[in-house]
Design a protein around this ligand. Structure first.
Ligand code: ADP
Ligand code: MG
Length: 764
């Protein structure tokens, strides 16, 4: 593989030397293992403790030997030498590349046990709940051998159960569950309410998914809050604007743009200088745009109806009222204002964190994946992580065929169906990787037409899909799956119980078919990796059409000439090379978008850290009481005479935290609006990111002071008695209900990408 050669030469001899050294350590461990085979459980556990005393590993060979024996006794798995090498690299804080089926679950658990013995709390981060539970249960006995505990966090657990689980030495959890717990813990008013207590190490499984592909997915914690509607005045002014003259609408009527004349009318009517000035860009301009959107793009009785004094959306594809749907908050409120209705409650974003920022909270991050080499740049640039390549236990026996290229999407689709049918006719199992759910369904329908039984996986139910994918290697199986579905589940030849193992080996193992090249070779290789585990035979091939997204984007503006065969196939080395070239272009674009988008996120992440420091201080000390009594001495004396000191300290804390958290939430909302309207300023020839930074820094500076001022006001006026501060009575209740969501499940595919694309586009 070209990628690997590049990697080795880039890493030079250093990596080679390290490789040699760790091989020697592992060989020695194998020898020691022979000597300690009959040592008692207690002896081994005590020895391991001895070796890890003081938080450092004093003898790696002895330690690996003990871990190996423990694994054999508790799990029945004797680690392969390559697995022990991988454990060493993880303990040094690298991201290891280790192919699918090489046993990363065991490697991760051994390394986590090592960290835990050194006194570190470990979060073992998985891609979903199902894998968190599976691995905690599977690996629990190994961790337990040393008197340590393992537990899993899953979505269905309540706060009590979570708090208990987080006390374990090794905590398995999906990145969203752990992230949402971080967000909720950032809103507590007493340490007793926290469920987490920090962790020292994040050991990330499928590290490239979490650290690269989904790095900028924001986890969002929201609470109830009245909507922010454009004022009636703005709605009225916008009503006077005329399409074509004051604003324009694009062809598919999805976007509306105020023009200069329109802006001037609004500015004059409101008596302001410029809608695009600092003062108005994040507020008035957003409201004007919302009102304009409601007026120009959303038509009553086509997009919505008004019923019982409420706006109800109409589902365009079904032509029926879609009861539980709303537009994004501002739009909903704007339509209500347009119709002169009462503006309904909306959600307020209380806090948000990207996975990249979440990872930044851990003092040490390490990880494992089948495809790390191609992510070397990102891992270094964004996390300062090194990649270590671990050899395979058994040599790869998979045949990776060259791409089959077709002129059109239609011809490609026909060829894919034909190929699947042909392979299936021999009994060889086929796994097809598609780009999205719609493609999976379309393909499944076409195959069923041919009387081929198909299993379709869409990453909807992880546990159920794991059992289906575990059988994907059985004779005659055809499994169609999107990228994320069934990840982490081993595909054994001849079925999960391997009953027909030899027969499937004779048929050539698992055949993997990709319906398009992904935008990065890394995702292609993840799919290929499903076949050929542990020396199994296997096959992989990708189908590509010149109309594919990746080709259109990566090859934009380039002319290619090719002469297709009658079935549309273009069999030419030159075209195959060109497809590779297109992919390198899209990889470059993704990296650039990641870097740019992170610039927007980084500043807010840093600011959140400052807020968090302040919060910690307020929670740890009686600083809130000190500050408030200093600012309002008379009130403090009054209260001291009537209420217990401890109660007052907690009351002051809650008042202070309320205003701090509220201020932060306002800040997030404002910066969100600024980000949305900032492309308008790009038109005004300013550099958006600089502008964004300037506004963020300025607004943040006032936040802390404003929060204290407002807290003083509350301190003076709110009822404080033996039960504490009665904030709810003054309309200062913390949001009663909170809910969590992710903006997109996978920004590399699907609709969520539009956000990132949108931002990327500014920099073209
Ligand atoms: P990966 O995550 O690297 O794709 P898994 O951790 O899912 O791989 O393991 C794949 C399979 O290999 C599992 O069935 C596991 O039981 C098996 N396995 C792992 N380590 C060993 C070992 N040392 N000896 C035998 N089987 C092993
Ligand atoms: Mg795995």
């Amino acid at each position: 593989m070209a990628g690997l050669n590049w990697f080795w030469s880039a890493m030079g001899g250093k990596s080679g030397r390290k490789q040699k050294k760790s091989r020697a350590i592992v060989e020695q461990a194998e020898q020691i293992a022979l000597d300690i085979e009959f040592s008692s459980h207690e002896e081994l556990a005590a020895w391991a403790r001895q070796l890890t005393k003081g938080g450092k590993l004093s003898d790696s060979s002895e330690f690996l030997a003990i871990l190996g024996v423990a694994s054999e006794r508790t799990l029945g798995l004797k680690p392969f030498p390559v697995q022990s090498q991988a454990v060493l690299r993880l303990l040094e804080g690298d991201v290891i590349q280790m192919a699918t089926g090489e046993g990363k679950t065991l490697v991760g658990a051994m390394a986590a046990t090592g960290f835990a013995l050194m006194g570190k709390n470990v979060h073992l981060i998985t891609v979903n709940d199902y894998l968190a539970s599976r691995d905690a249960e599977w690996m629990g006995p190994l961790v337990g051998f040393f008197g340590l505990s393992a537990a899993a966090i899953t979505e269905s657990m309540n706060r009590e159960d979570r708090r208990e689980a987080y006390k374990a030495d090794v905590v398995y959890g999906s990145v969203n569950e752990i992230g949402f717990d971080v967000l909720r813990d950032q809103l507590i008013t007493s340490w007793d309410d926290a469920v987490q207590h920090g962790a020292d190490v994040a050991l990330v499984d499928e590290a490239d998914s979490v650290l690269v592909d989904e790095a900028l997915v924001p986890l969002v914690l929201a609470g109830n809050e009245p909507g922010r509607a454009p004022s009636g005045r703005i709605t009225e002014i916008v009503r006077r604007l005329k399409e074509g003259r004051d604003y324009s609408v694009d062809d598919d009527r999805r976007n509306v743009f105020l023009n200069e004349r329109g802006a001037r009318i609004v500015e004059k009517a409101l008596g302001i200088d410029s809608l695009y000035s600092d003062e108005h860009v994040g507020t008035t301009l957003v409201q004007v745009n919302l009102a304009l959107h409601a007026q120009a793009l959303l038509v009553r009785d086509i997009h919505y109806i008004v019923r019982d004094g409420k706006v109800a959306l109409i589902d365009a594809s079904k032509g029926r009222v879609a009861d539980l749907q709303r537009w994004p908050d501002g739009v909903q409120a704007a339509v209500e204002a347009k119709e002169g209705l009462a503006v309904t409650e909306g959600g307020r974003i209380l806090d948000t964190i990207t996975l990249q920022a979440l990872m930044g909270r851990y003092p040490l991050v390490c990880g494992m994946t089948g495809t790390a080499v191609e992510a070397t740049d990102q891992l270094r640039q964004f996390y300062d992580l090194r990649v270590s390549v671990i050899e395979r236990n058994q040599e790869l026996q998979r045949f990776d065929e060259a791409d089959r290229v077709y002129a059109t999407m239609e011809e490609k689709f026909a060829a894919i169906v034909k190929e699947i049918a042909a392979i299936h006719a021999t009994g060889q199992p086929v796994l097809v990787g598609t780009q999205d759910v719609a493609e999976s369904e379309q393909l499944a329908a076409a195959l069923r037409e041919l009387d081929i039984e198909v299993n379709v996986l869409n990453a909807k139910n992880d546990a159920e899909e794991a059992t289906i994918i575990a059988e994907a290697g059985d004779i005659g199986r055809v499994t169609v799956s999107t990228q994320m579905a069934g990840r982490g589940t081993d595909i054994k030849l001849g079925g999960a119980d391997e009953k027909d193992h030899d027969a499937v080996v004779d048929l050539g193992g698992l055949a993997v078919i990709g319906t398009a090249r992904h935008r990065t070779a890394r995702l292609d290789n993840q799919l290929r990796g499903r076949a050929g585990r542990q020396g199994d035979p296997g096959l992989s091939v990708f189908f590509v059409s010149l109309e594919d997204d990746m080709v259109a984007v990566g090859g934009a503006g380039e002319e290619v000439t090719a002469r297709p065969e009658p079935d549309g196939r273009i069999d030419s080395k030159r075209i195959n090379d060109w497809i590779e070239h297109c992919q390198r272009v899209t990889e470059g674009q993704l990296l650039e978008i990641h870097a740019q988008t992170w610039k927007y996120n980084k500043l807010l992440a840093d600011q959140r850290e400052i807020i968090d420091e302040r919060r910690k201080n307020l929670l740890d000390t009686d600083q809130a009481w000190q500050e408030l009594s200093e600012r309002s001495p008379k009130r403090a004396v009054e209260l001291e005479a009537a209420v217990d000191h401890d109660v007052l300290v907690q009351a002051a804390r809650e008042i202070m935290l309320y205003h701090l958290d509220f201020g932060w939430s306002e800040h997030l909302a404002l910066m969100d609006d600024v980000r949305e309207s900032i492309h308008l300023r790009a038109i005004a020839r300013e550099t958006p990111i600089d502008e964004y930074h300037r506004i963020a820094v300025r607004e943040f500076k006032d936040l802390a002071q404003r929060a204290v001022d407002e807290a003083v006001g509350t301190f003076d006026s709110v009822l404080i008695d033996a039960e504490g501060a009665h904030l709810e009575d003054s309309g200062l209740a913390r949001p009663s209900a909170t809910w969590t969501y992710m903006v997109s499940d996978n920004p590399l595919s699907g609709a969520g990408n539009s956000l990132i694309k949108g931002i990327g586009a500014i920099f073209k």
